[in-house]
Design a protein around this ligand. Sequence first.
Ligand SMILES: Nc1ncnc2c1ncn2[C@@H]1O[C@H](COP(=O)(O)OP(=O)(O)OP(=O)(O)O)[C@@H](O)[C@H]1O
Length: 302
Amino acid sequence: MSIIEVNELHKRYGETVAVDEVSFTVDEGEIFGILGPNGAGKTTTVECVEGLRTPSSGSTSVLGLDPQRDRAELRQRLGSQLQESTLPDKITVAEALDLYASFYRHPADWPALLETLHLSDKRNTQYRRLSGGQKQRLSIALALVGSPDVAVLDELTTGLDPQARRDTWDLIEQIRDSGVTVILVTHFMDEAERLCDRLALVDSGRIAALDTPSGLVKRAEQQQQVHFRPSTPLDDELLTGLPEVSEVRRSGPQITVVGTGNLLHAVSSTLARQQIVAEELRVEQSSLDDAFVALTGRRIDP
Ligand SMILES: Nc1ncnc2c1ncn2[C@@H]1O[C@H](COP(=O)(O)OP(=O)(O)OP(=O)(O)O)[C@@H](O)[C@H]1O
C-alpha cells in the first residue's frame, strides 16, 4: 500500500527548474531511494514531500496528509535527518534528545534509541566533542525521536569511514524492519544498491528510471564478461557458436567472453565437455553504476 504519492511535482527557483514533473509512490515499510548526482533535485523533491518547500505545481500526499496544508500534523509523523546539523556546539546529546522529544506527542524512549545507535556513553558529551560518525548517528536519533511512521534520511553516510557506513546501513535496515518507511536520499551507488527496496534515478530534475536495484541493472542490459585462462589451447568457434555469447576477445593467454543470459554456465559447461579447465576464472557483472550511465547517459561523480 502506498503511503506517499507524488504527482507531477514541479519546482523552479527563478529560471532554474530544480524538479521537473516528478511522480512516484512509496509503499509502506519500504526503503525508497532517490539517487542522483549533486544538483539533480533530490533535496528539493524530499523537502516538498516534507512540507519544507512549496512546490510550483503538482500534488503530494504523505500518510493521507497534504504537506503544505497539514504541516503541523505531518511533523508529528515524519522524522527528517537534516543534511547538515544545526545544533548548538555546547548542547549535550541528552539535552538535544530531550529538546527534540518535547516537540512530539508520542516521543520514543530515547535512551533505548541511543543504545541501538551505540551512543549511550556519549549522552553527556557536548555536540562539538562528537566525532563525525557520532554526529551522524545523533542526527538519525533526532530523526527517530518522535516515533515517526516515515523517516527521511538525506546523505546519510557522507563523511563516514567504511566501518561507520556499514554500521549505519545495518541500523537503517533495523529501522525499516521495525515498521518505519524510509526515504533515503543519496549519491552513493553502493549504499542505494545495498539498502533500497526501490530506487528512483534522478537526473536534471527528472526521474530517469524507477525500479528495484536489480531491475535497474537488468534494464540497462549491460553485458557480462567472463575472463579465464584455458588449461589447453581452445578454438574461439567453440564459444562464438553459443547463443549467449556475443564476442570472444584474447589478450595473450587470457580469454574474455562477452555475452548475456546465463553466460557463465554456457561457457563453463562447453569447456567441461572439451575437458578444458578455466583457470583464474572471473565474472564481471554489470553494476548499478553501469545502469545509471546506460539510463541517464552520464556518471554520478560525487
Ligand atoms: N533555495 C534555492 N534557491 C535557488 N536555487 C536552488 C535552491 N535550492 C536548490 N537550488 C537549485 O536547484 C537545483 C537542485 O538542487 P537540490 O539541492 O534539490 O539538488 P540535490 O540533488 O539535492 O543536490 P545535492 O546532492 O548537491 O544536495 C540545483 O541547481 C540548485 O542549485
